[in-house]
Structures are given as structure tokens and as C-alpha cells.
Design a protein around this ligand. Structure first.
Ligand SMILES: Cc1cc2nc3c(=O)[nH]c(=O)nc-3n(C[C@H](O)[C@H](O)[C@H](O)COP(=O)(O)O)c2cc1C
Length: 180
């Protein structure tokens, strides 16, 4: 079955690791942070904060501490869980899920704006959250979940779904959709 055109942008989003040196404006990064904070969160706790990094020196320092994120991008967003920002205790329990929803919103918003993005995992790799926290000077109450590189893509990748019907169960596990 073909995907519906209304959700095509979801399939166009691909991890982009090569960018032009064209900067991403503060206005666009602010739009991405608005998209991030539209995400759902448990009990609407919103236990997130975001560090926007565009300074080339800071970006180089981030690259230094990310063993699988050594890409040159004009901007990076450090998506963080924040104990003090959480509006209620649900945020302490669900922050990784809440911040992941925010991160995915950033990726999809970037795609809608014809920007490329790549999610670089930080938490819970031993040692990496601390190193990222040091680069962007996070207080002890704030933990980085991931870094998202943002830029104008030079990589061209085809839209795709990784749809696998074997991973979809209907009514109960192992049951296929009734043919009708
Ligand atoms: C939690 C998480 C951590 C990831 N960490 C990295 C990473 O460290 N380096 C990287 O190049 N890509 C990373 N990625 C991107 C994945 O490699 C990518 O999403 C996957 O290969 C599928 O490709 P696609 O995004 O183009 O669909 C990460 C993605 C997620 C969700």
C-alpha cells in the first residue's frame, strides 16, 4: 500500500550527516524549539530544556565528545531533561519519553522546513551525558538526552518507510488483520 500524501513528510525525514556551511538562523531555531515544546508529555509535565548551539567553537567541542556524532553542522540542539522545569513529578519518571517526543518534533519540523537533521544519542551512554553537560555548562539538575544536528542538507536521501507488516499485530499478538 502507498503512503498517503498527507504524511509524506514523515517518510522524507532521513538522518542527514552532511550539511552546507549556510547558517541556520536564530528565528528558525526558535521555530524548532516551538515545535519541540508542542510535544506531548506525561501529565503535561514538560520536563525539557533546549540548548541551541551555533558557535563554531562550541560545535567543535560537542563533536569532540560525541564518538558517533563527529559531523560538521551549522547548528546543534541539545535536548535536555530538566528536574526543575518539570511541572510535576511525572516528569522525573517519564522525562526520557517526553524529551524523545520533543526531539522527534524537532526532526519533523526541520524536515518540513527543508532542513536536514540527525539525532545523536547521548543518554544513557556511560560518560557522554557528563561530557556534553560540561561543554554546554548544564547545571546538575539538567541531563542531556541527545544532540540534534541541524543544517541545510547536501546529502540527498530517498523517502522511505521501514514498514514491516510482520511487526504489526491485530487484536492480539501474532494475529494478522482479517482479510476484508
Ligand atoms: C536514540 C537514537 C540515537 C542515535 N544516535 C546516533 C548517533 O550517535 N550517530 C548517528 O550518526 N546517528 C544516530 N542516530 C540516527 C540513526 O542512526 C538513524 O535514525 C537510523 O539509522 C535510521 O535512519 P533514518 O533516520 O534515516 O531513518 C540515532 C537515532 C536515535 C533515535
Amino acid at each position: 500500500m502507498d503512503w498517503l500524501p498527507e504524511i509524506e513528510f514523515i517518510f522524507r525525514r532521513r538522518s542527514i550527516r552532511k550539511f552546507t556551511d549556510q547558517p541556520v538562523s536564530a528565528e528558525i531555531l526558535t521555530q524548532l524549539s516551538m515545535a519541540a515544546m508542542a510535544a506531548p508529555s506525561a501529565v503535561n509535565s514538560q520536563p525539557w530544556e533546549f540548548v541551541m548551539v551555533t558557535d563554531p567553537g562550541q560545535l567543535a567541542e560537542l563533536r569532540n565528545v560525541l564518538p558517533y556524532g563527529k559531523f560538521t553542522a551549522p547548528a546543534a540542539i541539545v535536548v535536555c531533561g530538566s528536574k526543575l522545569s518539570a511541572r510535576n513529578p511525572a516528569g522525573l519518571l517519564f522525562w526520557q519519553q517526553d524529551c524523545s517526543a520533543a526531539a522527534e518534533n524537532i526532526l519533523l519540523a526541520a524536515e518540513a522546513l527543508n532542513l536536514g537533521s540527525c539525532w545523536i544519542g547521548v543518554y544513557p551512554i556511560p560518560g557522554i551525558p557528563k561530557a556534553v553537560a560540561k561543554v554546554v555548562k548544564l547545571p546538575i539538575t539538567v541531563t542531556p538526552l541527545c544532540v540534534i544536528y541541524i543544517g541545510h542538507p547536501t546529502d540527498q536521501k530517498d523517502p522511505r518507510s521501514k514498514y514491516d507488516p510482520a511487526k504489526v499485530h491485530w487484536q492480539t499478538y501474532g494475529k494478522k488483520q482479517d482479510p476484508n
